[in-house]
Design a protein around this ligand. Structure first.
Ligand code: FMN
Length: 174
């Protein structure tokens, strides 16, 4: 399959997302769309080089109208996965805002009927996660973050708990 994979600026589920990407690399044609925050955060977690081994679109190198998102309108991808998806990117997608690389790609994907799979970082009332220095801490996603996910599900967006579930979910769109 031709898979577009968005990486937003989240530390949570970042390493697991890259692990899955590396596993799927030989089976699918994958292009990564990396938000500017994603680039910074990946550098902090020491995984930017691994991401750089894929065909890559960097938000930091795009113009304000995100020309690379046009590929979704032109049928170049079979599916768009965003993993990890920050609460910021999820909120924008839910509300129809398209002013960042990933929210614009998601907007074009949805408007062109390309299936969208999200693996949000803020998916349950309590999330335990790890800082770049290895320190473990908890976050408590807001009600609005969880409501966004519910609304997106109702719209037909596939929302998964973990990047490890992506491989199976892709089978639906073969
Ligand atoms: C080290 C680090 C880790 C972060 N992890 C998360 C996260 O797991 N989830 C989240 O929603 N935001 C996280 N953020 C905040 C986002 O990077 C920030 O909201 C950014 O504006 C998101 O932009 P994007 O959605 O375009 O990638 C993190 C920030 C830093 C510096």
């Amino acid at each position: 399959m031709r898979v577009a994979w968005g990486i937003s600026g989240a530390g949570h589920l970042l390493l697991e997302s890259i692990e899955v990407l590396e596993k799927l690399k030989d089976k699918h044609e994958i292009k990564i769309f990396l938000s500017s925050a994603g680039e910074e955060v990946a550098r902090m977690y020491g995984v930017l080089e691994r991401i750089g081994s894929f065909p890559l679109v960097r938000e930091s190198k795009q113009g304000h109208s995100f020309p690379s998102c046009g590929a979704f309108n032109l049928g170049k991808f079979d599916v768009f996965v965003i993993s990890p998806a920050t609460s910021n990117t999820v909120a924008k997608i839910r509300l129809g805002i398209a002013d960042s690389l990933l929210s614009c790609c998601a907007s074009q994907a949805l408007k062109s009927r390309v299936p969208l799979i999200l693996i949000p970082t803020d998916s349950k009332p309590v999330v335990e996660t790890k800082a770049p220095n290895g320190e473990i801490f908890k976050i408590y996603p807001r009600k609005i973050d969880l409501e966004h996910l519910e609304a997106l599900r109702k719209e037909g967006v596939v929302v998964l708990d973990h990047p490890y579930d992506v491989e199976k979910a892709l089978e639906r769109f073969l």
